[in-house]
Design a protein around this ligand. Structure first.
Ligand code: EPZ
Length: 417
């Protein structure tokens, strides 16, 4: 297993570019199964999670070329509706194939994803929504079985805002008979980009960008070419890298409008950030002020930036509190940050961070995707050397992060395991 070796204390300088959004690409890849034809997806990030979804679609019969951040996929040959455990257990977002397979074949057999380091990852909202559209849904021997040759439009209110459930039911509803009213939908930019993609394929969806969507079923959809939106979590991670190292850094090829809550919290922490339509420039930050955070669905503070912001708060001049309301167990990074001499205590699902003068390098272990990003940020600021093991976690969601950071002056090396 590869690891990173970081020599901290260096300021960064220059421009760092953002790749396409992992969490926009995954549901769009699954949604290509709703039509037969040749799609061309561009600005696709080169990530292990994307390669996993490509593997699953190939297994189901699609012909796929993945090169130079472009995916060419021909879905005409898709002839299987079963996504096996060996694949789904490796990447829980594979549950997103459920809706498209059900809509395409009238049946789907998808392994239950199981939990991960950030907590149990239930799919009850996905299953209830499929059943509301008239599918017969059961769970047997660790698999979801859904059958429904003629899905019918329905009115569905999600008990909880769920990105994946909103995406899955959208894919089932676009080919259902009649109209589907969806309430309390997730409004993350990745959901909006899926709605936009489905409309480009010929779907009839009203309310894009709001929590109330109206889907009028159509009989057929067609293949399209489509560019992925920039990854707002990668963009936010790099902005925090600039803040924690006291650097002047420009983050390019991004949508600052997708990061309003992070920008607000960073400005409260003392940052000066200039924003252009597709880039952000952070000025050197010399005194980090403590800022409290509560994670919530978009457009509030994103759970996927909680660990990274915590890394910054470890060096604040005062105490801050970070409450995680989406994934209450998402604190595996606390123990690892404390190994770097941070001072973080826990009170249920609230982290209390007493800022310290200086972090010091140590050996730490990546536990999940965003926790590993937080450790990289802390390592960039820590005095001395930091070694981060198990960085396969970070390769799931960041496209060659060490290369991008080296280009702006970070002393970070990948050691092949
Ligand atoms: C998506 O996961 C993202 N993944 C996650 O990013 C992100 O953290 C999360 O949304 C929240 O923004 C992808 O898009 C591939 P949810 P998802 O359904 O869809 C509960 C990353 O780092 N829930 O919005 O699985 C759930 O337990 C990853 O890139 C149910 O109770 O998240 C959580 O508490 C990590 N029942 C809350 O809803 C369900 O059926 C929100 O989860 C589904 C979810």
């Amino acid at each position: 297993m590869d690891s990173f070796v970081i020599k901290g204390g260096k300021t960064l300088k220059g421009q760092i570019s953002v790749s396409g959004a992992k969490n926009a690409t995954l549901p769009i890849l699954a949604a290509t199964m709703l039509a037969d034809g040749a799609f061309r997806l561009t600005n696709v990030p080169y990530l292990n999670d994307i390669k996993m979804m490509v593997f699953i679609l190939r297994y189901l019969g699609a012909k796929i070329d993945f090169y130079d951040n472009t995916i060419e996929i021909d879905t005409a040959g898709i002839n299987s509706w079963e996504a096996p455990y060996e694949m789904v257990s490796k990447m829980r977002a594979s549950i997103n194939v459920l809706g498209p397979l059900l809509a395409r074949f009238g049946e789907a057999k998808v392994s239950l994803p199981g939990g991960c380091a950030i907590g149990p990852r239930p799919v009850d909202l996905h299953l209830k929504a499929m059943a509301a559209l008239g599918a017969t849904v059961s769970v047997e021997h660790g698999y979801v079985l859904a059958r429904g040759k003629h899905l019918k439009g329905a009115e569905i209110t999600f008990e909880k805002v769920s990105v994946g459930a909103t995406e899955n039911v959208l894919c089932a509803a676009v080919l259902a008979k009649g109209t589907t009213l969806l309430h309390n939908c997730a409004k993350e930019p990745e959901v909006t980009s899926l709605v936009d993609f489905l409309i480009a394929m010929g779907a009839d969806i009203q309310g894009c960008g709001t929590s109330d969507l109206v889907v009028t079923g159509v009989t057929k959809l067609h293949a399209v070419d489509y560019p992925m939106i920039p990854d707002r979590i990668e963009a936010g991670t790099f902005l925090i890298a600039g803040a924690i190292t006291g650097s002047a850094l420009t983050v390019t090829d991004c949508h600052p409008s997708h990061l309003t809550s992070l920008l607000e919290h960073l400005r409260q922490a003392g940052c000066t950030i200039d924003v252009e339509p597709d880039s952000m420039h952070i000025h050197p930050l010399h005194r980090i002020l403590p800022v409290d955070v509560i994670t919530r669905p978009y457009p509030e503070f994103p759970t996927d930036l909680q660990a990274q912001f915590m890394a910054l708060m470890t060096l604040a001049q005062g105490t801050s509190r970070i409450e995680e309301t989406i994934f209450p167990d998402r604190f595996m990074h606390v123990a690892e940050l404390n190994r770097l001499d941070a001072s973080i205590g826990m009170d249920k699902h609230i982290a209390i961070i007493d800022g310290v003068q200086q972090l010091s390098g140590a050996q730490v272990m990546a536990t999940d995707l965003r926790a590993s990003a937080a450790l990289v940020l802390a390592g960039l600021a820590a005095r001395g050397g930091t070694t981060i093991s198990r960085i396969y976690h970070i390769d799931r969601g960041y496209d060659r992060i060490e290369r991008k950071l080296q280009l702006v002056g970070a002393d970070i090396r990948r050691i092949k395991g």
